[in-house]
Ligand binder design. Structure first.
Ligand SMILES: [Zn+2]
Length: 375
């Protein structure tokens, strides 16, 4: 990812994770099912939710069919699968609840945890039980904590939704809920993410810990709240834009700034289809970027000399580097890389082609505006 996120260090909503943790711990020695199995602060809400009681009871009854040692091991496996950061960092660690010995209870636990995530996590009952705050309040804190960057760090292409407008991003389960139900309501596993990144064919339900869908080849992956050294972006023009191919064809290569993070960066690139998405973004945006650049810098569009353009490109790259450091602009990372390419690698033919296409885009846009004013 382009930069790490900052974790909100403390928030009352995190207590939701105490519910399954306490339940599985108490279920080791309990002989009867009831609200004594959930934390005392949640009992009132629990008593009012028959659906949640039924789902928890199903897990309890499955556990009761096994001996005490099994229940201890199941609880430990649950705790172990919640070491999200360690599982991401260390590929010799294996998730434990997936083991076949836990299969008889795993599916019921999955159903319970899915219910705790949706709808329990967003219910008024839970909100009241944790002191009147909810997930939206957490999202506001998350945006405050990460206010040095407004773009999604997984793609760098889209802004995070502004909580001021009463909207929040969906929270992605970094370890997917399908394979890792234990961490479904653990906020160390929940990461706000833009919809484009969060959905298939990008991350979706992809298991970030394994290379293959059969989950046999373990891999390392960045933990989103870990420090990381970021990436370098290199752009190349495969076919320069022209009248018959206005978007041109672009290639984007992303590499880890720190070679020790190479494998984690590779996983991120694969899971989020980063290089293809960035190349498409360049193809889509370059006309507009170049048009604004020429207009802003008062250059005479395709009539400008390559020397003029290069002088102005240097100014543009400096300006974008400032914005890039502040993470302020949607698509800022890739836009900066595009102008760096124009300055350092594009030959005069490419610069002329970019200016020509930008000019025709400007003429077309102005004509369209004139038509809409006239009508
Ligand atoms: Zn994104």
């Amino acid at each position: 990812m382009f930069f790490p996120l900052r974790f909100v260090s403390n928030h009352p909503i995190y207590r939701v994770h105490e519910i399954p943790e306490t339940f599985l711990y108490k279920a080791i020695d309990a002989t009867t099912f009831g609200n004594h199995l959930v934390p005392s602060w949640f009992r009132n809400a629990f008593d009012h939710s028959e659906t949640l009681q039924n789902k928890m009871k199903a897990v309890f009854e499955k556990l009761q069919k096994h001996d005490r040692q099994f229940r201890i091991d199941f609880h430990l496996a649950f705790l172990s699968d919640n070491n999200v950061k360690e599982l991401c960092d260390n590929k010799s660690l294996s998730p434990t609840l997936k083991q076949s010995c836990f299969k008889p209870v795993h599916d019921s636990l999955h159903t319970l945890m899915t219910h705790l995530y949706k709808p329990t996590l967003t219910t008024k009952g839970l909100s009241d039980a944790v002191g009147g705050v909810d997930v939206f309040d957490h999202y506001e804190k998350f945006i405050e904590e990460n206010s040095s960057s407004y773009v999604c760090p997984f793609c760098g292409l889209n802004y995070y939704r502004d909580p001021e407008n009463g909207r929040k991003e969906a929270y992605d389960h970094w370890l997917c809920q399908k394979n890792y139900p234990a961490s479904a309501v653990n906020f160390k596993n929940l990461v706000p993410m833009c919809p484009e990144c969060n959905e298939s064919p990008n991350k979706g339900q992809v298991d970030v810990l394994y290379e293959d869908s059969e989950c046999t080849k373990r891999r390392r992956v960045l933990y989103p709240y870990n420090h990381s050294h970021g990436v370098a972006i290199k752009i190349d023009c495969v076919k320069h834009p022209g009248i018959s191919l206005p978007r041109g064809e672009w290639k984007v290569e992303v590499t880890a700034m720190d070679s020790a993070e190479e494998f984690q960066i590779d996983t991120w690139k694969t899971v989020f289809n980063i290089e293809d998405r960035l190349a498409n973004y360049v193809a889509r945006q370059q006309r507009k970027w170049y048009m604004y650049f020429l207009v802003d810098r008062d250059l005479a569009l395709s009539g400008a000399s390559p020397e003029d353009m290069r002088t102005r490109l240097e100014e543009e790259v400096r300006k974008l580097e400032f914005k890039l450091a502040a993470h302020l602009e949607e698509g800022g990372f890739i836009k900066a890389a595009f102008f760096a390419y124009c300055l350092l690698h594009a030959d005069d033919t490419v610069l002329f082609a970019l200016a020509k296409v930008a000019e025709s885009h400007l003429i077309h846009t102005r004509a369209k505006m004139a038509r809409s004013v006239a009508t």
